[in-house]
Design a protein around this ligand. Structure first.
Ligand code: PLP
Length: 474
């Protein structure tokens, strides 16, 4: 009886749409390889096509819309999930994570308070505790939450540090402080931290640019001197940020040394491991991130090296009360707290309504297992090593030095001015078979940048990239 009742309400257009999507998901890993990586439509042509097709003056059946959208997405994107997208940390996504994200969209769990979505709150908690342990945090005494990405995580950490070190600002604003708070980055730090300085009201003048050492990592001694100097001048050095895996060059700042300096000056130590954090899942790579466990807070994006769809960052802190001080407000209309062992996320995070971001991350972790994740990460690190070797054999020069799979490289032809990194990059885009980027300053000179961001990237893909480079070098 129940089955019959269900059948009678089946929306056939919708079932056809889902069948199309199911086929698309099931064959995606192989079909994505057949598409050009780079596809840049003419903006006005594309705009015109869409304006003609979608006038919103009649309904479009969902199955037809689904087919049209798939066609549009196939020819209107840089395919960041392509195994030859050697790009900016945008991954190929695990199919299990697509399942999780689909269910999040369908059930639309509201995570502002624990009581509205107990099942998802507890799955997120379980997932975050696993990653906290991998970082070297004690999951029982630390706190973590999902964010929209690394930028939000860095902002939350900045505000948490401010709440702990400049508590008067919570009520009186920064003008209530007798010393101007200053924070320490390097020019290789992610620029979302500069935004955080502006958004938090600290202002970009509060950002100190710490020099790099010969290895292009933050010079801890210079940092120490700058903090002493600033304090003597009446500033309040309250936050030190180290990066574990810089965006351009994949460098890992000396985390222990930075932790020591921050501690000596009584400052908060934040590690931005948006991409590189995933290395803690690999026993082979974990030692390179030693010291991360001493951070007061850590940014780690799941939507980068953990291979889940975008909109999944994480922020961890050893001081749960910091997030509470930064974000807790009382309102009369929210449902009351459930119990002493549960937390209402809207009281400890910048967001209010909260999507089930962690569901896709849980699905990926559960489907792979922690060892499975380690294998994916090790595979990508190995492909990075292979790329370095293949480039050297073809006469290219590697200019950065990192165990992580981001490779900065140049060529004697670039160094003598016969061609440029930008010209090579553009020629690669024009051919469409791979995506790489160019850096104006990678460890002191212009260079190309290729990062392994897909767990599907294999030996043939690496060889294909080197071939592309050789053919466009001319
Ligand atoms: C990508 C990145 C960010 C920003 O993260 P989003 O997820 O893009 O907001 C911050 N820091 C580092 C080191 C990054 O690589």
């Amino acid at each position: 009886m129940v089955e019959a009742a269900r059948d009678s309400t089946v929306n056939t257009d919708l079932s056809r749409a889902w069948q199309v999507i199911a086929d698309e998901v099931a064959t995606f890993e192989t079909t994505i390889r057949d598409l050009p990586v780079v596809h840049q439509p003419d903006p006005l042509e594309l705009r015109g096509e869409l304006e003609t097709r979608y006038r919103f003056d009649h309904p479009v059946p969902i199955d037809r819309l689904t087919t049209e959208l798939i066609d549009l997405l196939r020819r209107g994107l840089v395919h960041v999930t392509h195994p030859r997208y050697y790009g900016l940390y945008n991954p190929t996504v695990r199919p299990a994570a697509v399942v999780g994200d689909t269910l999040a969209a369908l059930y639309n769990p509201q995570l502002a308070v624990w009581s509205h979505a107990p099942a998802v709150q507890e799955l997120e908690r379980l997932t975050l505790r696993q990653f906290a342990r991998a970082l070297g945090y004690d999951p029982d005494t630390s706190a973590a939450h999902f964010t929209s990405g690394g930028a939000e995580a860095n902002l939350a950490a900045t505000l948490a540090a401010l709440a702990m070190h400049c508590p008067a600002a919570a009520t009186g604003g920064l003008r209530a402080l007798d010393r101007q708070p200053v924070l320490y980055l390097s020019r290789e730090s992610h620029h979302s931290l500069v935004k955080a300085a502006r958004m938090s009201g600290l202002g970009t003048d509060a950002v100190r640019d710490v020099p790099l050492d010969a290895g292009y990592r933050i010079d801890a001694e210079a940092l120490d001197r700058m903090m002493t100097d600033d304090a003597a001048k009446g500033f309040h050095p309250f936050l030190v940020v180290g990066t574990a895996g810089t965006t351009g060059t994949g460098m890992i700042d000396p985390l222990h040394a930075l932790a020591d300096v921050a501690a000596r000056h009584g400052a908060w130590f934040h590690v931005d491991a948006a991409w590189g954090g995933a290395a803690v899942m690999s026993p082979a790579l974990r030692p390179h991130l030693t010291g991360i466990e001493r951070a007061d807070s850590i940014t780690w994006d799941a939507h980068k090296w953990l291979s889940v769809p975008m909109g999944a960052g994480m922020v961890f802190t050893r001081h749960p009360q910091a997030m509470e001080r930064a974000f807790s407000v009382s309102s009369g209309y929210m449902p009351p707290a459930t119990s002493a062992v549960t937390i209402d996320p809207h009281l400890v995070t910048p967001q209010w309504s909260r999507r089930a971001t962690g569901l896709k991350v849980f699905c990926a972790l559960a489907e792979l297992g922690a060892d499975g994740y380690a294998r994916l990460i090790d595979h990508q690190a190995a492909m990075g090593d292979l790329l370095r070797t293949a480039l050297r054999e073809a006469g290219w020069l590697i200019v950065n030095d990192t165990p992580l799979p981001v490779v900065n490289f140049t060529h004697p032809d670039i160094r003598v001015g016969r061609t440029t990194a930008v010209a090579i990059r553009d020629a690669i885009y024009a051919r469409g078979n791979a995506w790489i980027s160019a850096l104006p300053d990678a460890c002191g000179e212009p260079a190309l940048r290729a990062c392994i961001t897909s767990y599907l990237t294999n030996e043939q893909d690496v060889a294909a990239l080197v071939e592309e480079l050789e053919s466009v070098r001319g």
